[in-house]
Write a protein that binds this ligand. Structure first.
Ligand SMILES: Nc1ncnc2c1ncn2[C@@H]1O[C@H](COP(=O)(O)OP(=O)(O)OP(=O)(O)O)[C@@H](O)[C@H]1O
Length: 303
């Protein structure tokens, strides 16, 4: 089942097209990593899903229903930009206040359960103005979970956190996804931060979705390979298959062959040379997630 389905949504602010005919599909059970540079349109897209911004055009469906049906948004919890905490209230008071607004009958019990889940039970009485960034984010997640959402939307929740804080949030999200079956959309401008948990990715650039792909495909795209640039790719492919039994490779029109299967570069070069194929380049190419992302974004600019 598709939990989120955006069809050609756009958002225009004055002359700025923040989101431009964007399609997105998030399936039940996904941890969907929504990735793009600063200003790419992530927050605006998430705000439209949550009902905090109205699309200029396009269609939004949540849980298979149009968002005109009020009940579907109630199944969504969100942490967008910041948690909107009352600084002079404690974590517990912030929780109880929101629980009241939501009309929860089991407000006290739910509050204690979520404070404990997010590791804030011991600091439940402390005023939130004295909270660290990580504590505020955890409380933000606790608040987002108050209404028992089936979909949790988090905008850059690990921004500004130290490695320990990032780990805590990550393991919390994995447990929400695996143990409670909550579908999660999490945005970031750093692919590496999402790569440990995301099961699917959406990559946004200049307001447009430029790629959606499962984590396995991303891993495949980032596989290491031996790059050999040769004079005659046809004969080279015969030698690869018949003499070296290598079948997992790709040929490119400029004469490059990318060999994904494990192989000995020296043996490949010797086989080609003996077969009368001249080699212009041969090296092992390693592409990590960040460089893959930078390539897609078309530049080395810091993300
Ligand atoms: N309320 C607004 N009024 C005018 N322009 C806006 C508004 N909100 C966003 N924008 C512009 O729309 C574009 C997309 O912004 P958005 O915040 O969605 O990007 P983002 O990918 O979330 O980036 P960041 O990570 O920096 O928040 C930016 O150029 C931004 O300046």
């Amino acid at each position: 089942m598709n939990v989120v389905e955006l069809s050609s949504i756009s958002k225009v602010y004055g002359r700025k097209r923040a989101v431009d005919h964007l399609d997105m599909t998030v399936q039940k059970g996904d941890i969907y990593g929504f990735i793009g540079r600063n200003g790419a349109g992530k927050s605006t897209t998430l705000k439209m899903i949550c009902g905090l911004a109205a699309p200029t055009a396009g269609d939004i469906r949540l849980f298979g229903k149009t968002v005109k049906n009020d009940t579907v948004r109630k199944r969504t919890g969100m942490l967008i930009e910041n948690a909107g905490l009352y600084p002079s209230l404690s974590a517990r008071e912030n929780m109880l206040l929101k629980a009241k607004c939501l009309g929860l009958v089991d407000a006290a019990q739910k509050t204690e359960e979520l404070l404990s889940f997010t590791g804030l039970a011991d600091v439940g009485k402390k005023k939130t103005k004295h909270f660290s960034m990580g504590m505020k984010q955890r409380l933000g997640i606790a608040l987002a979970l108050l209404g028992n959402p089936d979909l949790l939307i988090l905008d850059e929740p690990i921004n500004g956190l130290d490695p320990e804080g990032i780990r805590e949030i990550r393991s919390m999200l994995v447990s929400l996804n695996e143990e409670r079956g909550i579908t999660i959309i999490i945005s970031s401008h750093i692919l590496g931060e999402l790569s440990k948990i995301a099961s699917r990715y959406g990559i946004i650039k200049d307001g447009q979705m430029i790629q959606q792909l499962p984590a396995e495909d991303l891993a495949k795209n980032c596989r290491d390979y031996l790059l050999v640039k040769v004079s005659d790719t046809k004969s080279a492919s015969v030698l690869l298959e018949e003499q070296l039994s290598l079948t997992d490779y790709k040929i490119y029109p400029d004469g490059e062959i990318h060999i994904y299967a494990p192989c000995d570069p020296q043996l490949v070069s010797q086989t080609f040379l003996e077969g009368g194929i001249s080699i212009q380049e041969l090296y092992r190419h390693q592409q990590d997630l960040e460089s893959y992302f930078l390539n897609l974004m078309g530049g080395e600019e810091h993300v």
